[in-house]
Design a protein around this ligand. Structure first.
Ligand SMILES: Cc1cc2nc3c(=O)[nH]c(=O)nc-3n(C[C@H](O)[C@H](O)[C@H](O)COP(=O)(O)OP(=O)(O)OC[C@H]3O[C@@H](n4cnc5c(N)ncnc54)[C@H](O)[C@@H]3O)c2cc1C
Length: 373
């Protein structure tokens, strides 16, 4: 059999198993993927929508009862307000309830628990391969929008013992550490909030941070004085400028983090549990498979800022995936609404009538465009 024959047979086999064909495929049903879905549904476009997990998956693994830093008008999508009885910030759980209500209100069809494992370019557009539990499926679509976020997995420290059962990269609930010794590794907001919550819940907490002091740019302004007061009072232990080098079932070995401290004898810190708060990073396999150019240390995808179309024709990006592997966050929900507007305009020729918060509360979206539509 010639190579050409083999290719033809392969293409035929794939085509015969194609589940369905669509104009657009949205991959990812986080807040921005959902906002885009509402825009495309309102515009009457034929699209299919996938999520590897449940909608809003990123918020499902946040620590229980974590409050957004962003205020409600900045988190609202598709012009649907977030109302609550206290007019304060909301938790991840509140937001998930809001996102479920959005899906029900607009009756959005979403293939949840159907991860997109591969995508390939074809002369007409793209073939997607998905892997739901029921078995592999294939879809054809002319255009793709990636809304996959940037938090697929933790930044691993790559040190011995990181995979031990008492070590976690995800903070679930302070209750887990009640009356236990907990070493938290990290010093950005998540680590500091975890330290305060676990200590207030009755854990004996120590923080190990690679820097000598906290950075006020990365810790919420109302949390910083709280942690500083606890450290000063000695209620929460602080090991500044220390780097973990090994974790054992009973100890964490820490070395001085700064060159000014030449002492190479590790401190052996005794603990029951270790919580590593070293941030998260996105998987970029789908971008690579499609041939999107990734640049710089953040591996930022190349795209046209007017349309959000990448260097791969027909492949668009919305949400935090746009920023690459952002280690200092620059894209959030509040400054990603506009992506959904730009892609909608590129795909339909019209800027969506409702985006982000209700128009009267919009802050920096293209208000004049919303008004004129
Ligand atoms: C503790 C914590 C607090 C935060 N606080 C704030 C805050 O105050 N304000 C703020 O704006 N942001 C905050 N963030 C970040 C926030 O989670 C992101 O800004 C937001 O989730 C980005 O939305 P998104 O729609 O771009 O992507 P995501 O919400 O990450 O959604 C991506 C979706 O894509 C799906 N997906 C990924 N890969 C695939 C695939 N191959 N196939 C199918 N589906 C796939 C995922 O399952 C997920 O549902 C916080 C994050 C954490 C961890």
């Amino acid at each position: 059999m010639t190579e050409r024959h083999a290719d033809l047979l392969h293409n035929e086999a794939t085509t015969s198993r194609v589940h369905s064909s669509h104009d657009v495929a949205i991959i990812g049903a986080g807040p921005i993927g959902l906002e885009l879905a509402v825009c495309l549904k309102r515009a009457g476009l034929d699209y299919i929508h996938f999520d590897a997990h449940q909608i809003g998956y990123t918020m499902t693994w946040w620590p229980h009862n974590t409050y957004f830093f962003s205020t409600t008008e900045r988190l609202a999508i598709a012009g649907v307000p977030i109302q609550n009885n206290h007019q304060q910030r909301i938790t991840g759980e509140d937001y998930l309830a809001y996102l479920r209500a959005i899906v029900e209100q607009f009756d959005l069809a979403i293939n949840t628990y159907e991860p997109v494992a591969a995508l390939a370019r074809t002369p007409e557009g793209f073939t997607l391969t998905t892997q739901p539990l029921a078995g592999e499926r294939h879809y054809h679509c002319r255009r793709i929008v990636l809304a996959i976020g940037d938090m697929h997995r933790p930044n691993y420290l790559q040190i011995p013992g990181e995979d031990l059962p008492h070590v976690s990269h995800y903070f679930r609930d302070p209750h887990d550490y009640f009356r236990k010794r907990l070493l938290i590794i990290g010093g950005r907001n998540s680590a500091v909030e975890a330290a305060l919550r676990c200590w207030r819940a009755g854990a004996q907490v120590t923080l190990s941070y690679r820097r000598a002091q906290f950075d006020e740019q990365t810790v919420k302004h109302w949390v910083l004085p709280d942690i500083q007061a606890q450290i000063e009072a000695g209620t929460i232990g602080f090991l500044p400028a220390t780097l973990p080098v090994e974790i054992t079932p009973t100890h964490v070995a820490l070395l001085p983090a700064t060159p000014e401290q030449p002492d190479n004898t590790p401190i052996l810190h005794e603990t029951d549990f270790v919580l590593i708060n070293s941030g998260f990073r996105g998987e970029q396999d789908l971008l690579e498979m499609a041939g999107v150019t990734l640049r710089g240390e953040n591996r930022t995808p190349l795209f046209n800022p007017e349309t959000m179309e990448t260097n791969v024709p027909g492949l668009y990006l919305v949400g935090t995936v746009v920023a690459g592997i952002q280690q200092r966050y620059s894209l959030f929900i509040e400054n990603s609404h506009e992506h959904a507007g730009k892609v909608t305009a590129a795909l339909t020729g019209h800027w969506p009538t409702q985006l982000g918060s209700v128009a009267s509360r919009n802050y920096d979206l293209r208000l004049e465009q919303i008004k004129t539509n």
